[in-house]
Write a protein that binds this ligand. Structure first.
Ligand SMILES: [Zn+2]
Length: 328
């Protein structure tokens, strides 16, 4: 075991199971922009119209900024893949192509789909996250003098947004987000948690903007699914004093406290059996995790174990399984 504080509860599998076995690790994360971020699709900031809160008096509609699922999971996957390469665990696995290796921790944990050549369901589940504060007060539009590369305002003959105009998410905008790991082994749990903790850039890639800090405010081990990101965001909104949530940036400590405060109530509505970790007990898990992930030798042991588990899974149920075994 790497995480001694979890030794006494039965939350991890020894091997990656073939079928869903009803063990869930939910990592409750507060994503905070640390610079101007571009969370866009086709040049438009992603937004959605939803109720501000859950309380009857807070159910008026407003537009929130949305951080789509893939905008969260892709950079986190890439963080893990970079580490696997650095420590020599994968050499021939190409992300988002038909050359996924189908046997490394990234392929097995996060899944892949290659047309007719098979797929692996993702065991790491992420959903769209919503800004706590409304779009109006959480974004800023910048107009640049520089022309776009082709020097025109149209693309394919269609007029686009004004020349050099970009809609950025402001710094210190908060996106509550639950990352769920289904049926984790201990190595898988630490691998995914480490990816969340280490990933710093989201949104438009290959730029220096888009820095995001992930703050883990809780970890819940349960026998089922728990509340959604939207419910969590709305509950945090309800919990913040009206005068505080009326202006940006929100106070970070207030948002953190609100995240911790609303989780027990939300969990009690979910009707699942769970062990929830927050405060001091959460700090212990995170400290034990960092002792593994910030030490080269320990990290190598962890990644080696993760790799062995993923390879075994591929040999038993996946691409390397013997023909006698039923193929998907
Ligand atoms: Zn792979």
């Amino acid at each position: 075991m790497f995480l001694h504080s979890l030794e006494t509860i039965d939350v991890f599998h020894k091997d990656i199971p073939q079928l869903p076995m009803g063990k869930y690790a939910h990592v409750i994360t507060l994503r905070e922009t640390n610079s101007f971020a571009l969370f866009q699709t086709d040049g438009e900031l992603n937004i959605s119209r939803v109720s501000l809160g859950r309380k009857p008096e807070n159910q008026s509609l407003a537009t929130r900024i949305v951080l789509f699922k893939r905008k969260q999971s892709t950079p986190e996957r890439l963080t893990g893949r970079e580490l696997l390469r650095r420590y020599g665990m994968v050499d021939n696995c190409k992300y988002n192509t038909d050359k996924f290796c189908k046997r490394c921790p990234d392929c097995i944990y996060y899944g892949f789909a290659i047309g007719s050549e098979g797929s692996e369901r993702s065991k790491v589940l992420v959903d769209s996250a919503f800004s706590i504060t409304g779009y109006d007060m959480s974004h800023q539009q910048f107009t640049f003098n520089a022309p776009s590369e082709n020097g025109t305002m149209s693309e394919g003959g269609v007029m686009r947004t004004a020349l050099g105009e970009q809609d950025y998410v402001l710094p210190q905008v908060y996106f509550p987000s639950v990352v769920t790991i289904k049926d984790p082994t201990e190595a898988e749990f630490i691998y995914v948690l480490n990816n969340i903790l280490r990933t710093r850039r989201y949104g438009a890639q290959n730029t220096r903007t888009g820095t995001v800090e992930n703050i883990i405010t809780g970890i819940v081990f349960a026998d089922g699914e728990i509340f959604s990101n939207l419910e969590l965001t709305q509950a945090v909104y309800d919990h913040l004093p009206a005068e505080q949530r009326a202006k940006t940036p929100l106070l970070r400590d207030a948002v953190r406290s609100a995240m911790e405060a609303v989780v027990p109530g939300l969990l009690s509505e979910d009707g699942v059996v769970y062990h929830a970790f927050a405060g001091e007990r959460l700090e212990t898990i995170l400290r034990e995790t960092l002792q593994v992930t910030s030490d080269e030798d320990h990290l190598r042991v962890l990644l080696t174990q993760a790799n062995a588990e993923a390879n075994t899974y591929a040999q038993t149920y996946g691409v390397d399984a013997k023909p006698a075994k039923a193929k998907k």
